[in-house]
Design a protein around this ligand. Sequence first.
Ligand code: FAQ
Length: 313
Amino acid sequence: MDILNFENIFEGKLSRNEMIEPKDWMPENYRKHLIRQISQHAHSEIVGMLPEGNWISRAPSLRAKLVLMAKVQDEGGHGLYLYTAAESLGTSRDEMLDALHTGKAKYSSIFNYPTLSWADIGTIGWLVDGAAIMNQVMLQRSSYGPYSRAMIRICKEESFHQRQGYEIMTKMAFGTPEQKEMAQDALNRWWYPTLMMFGPPDVESPNSDNAIKWRIKRETNDQLRQRFVNQTVEQAEYLNLTIPDKNLKWNEAKKGYDFSEPNWAEFKNVISGNGPCNKERLDKRRQAHQDGEWVRAAATAYAKKQNESYQAA
Ligand code: FAQ
């Protein structure tokens, strides 16, 4: 079959909303686009364990500690599903991790901000997981089968994470004046970085056109950001907390809120490696990888031995 026929089959599947599977023919740029996005997503999950992991030993109760430990462990699991989905496109775990550890690969900008108080853990669950779900619900219908299936499970777990965060915020916002102040302070610091998670405005997003054309993303960065703001305003009102944006206003014509854009110069700075915690996060990640070397060596030796005994039998 010539390349045009392969392309027709690929386009036909997309137009019928069928999944593209690892053994199917796909354009090289589609494969590269997916490896880029899925590996960045995987890196975000495992780097995202660090700001919250930082609070496990300081959680205010045994219950809070158990719930946070389960959440952080889930994020590690999400990273594993996603690395496996990316491997099915022909890259290797070592290549992806090497790109992360050498600073070549991106991961979500949000994890380069510090977690200064327990209210930050509530805010991450409420806002950061809330934004992640907003994006990932759409990705459940992504055109690449292994990515879409990973997202279905991840979204279920992210919903628990979002509730965990909102529960902390509810306790703090309705707690003592000091607790409420901590909750407001955390919202003030995390609001704009959360809006940045959706990526640059559509007009400055070089990857969006292909992502939409190939049905990898079903909605654009701006559409998702708008939906997130619309949903979150009511949640903040219930908590009696103030979103730090004087321009936030209901716009009846667009049936959504007008809101201030985040500082895009700050975003560019953070994704170029110069955010408040980029260095700390990468140092911790490299150290964790190094510390895990003996586990990888033992697992590889065990698998080799099993393989030899199967072949001998
Ligand atoms: N941070 O052309 P676009 C989570 C880069 S999971 C860093 O618009 P695209 C769970 C982008 O890569 C959070 N870089 O790109 C959790 C591109 O650079 P490149 C992660 C960003 O791909 C919760 C350039 O800017 N979620 O939080 C960011 O169409 C709590 C131009 O951008 C995902 O990864 C950013 N925020 O759209 C874990 C979801 N935004 O590669 C622990 C899947 C953009 O050309 C605790 N990913 N860039 O050098 C996506 O949906 C997309 O990749 C976007 C970016 C929306 C992130």
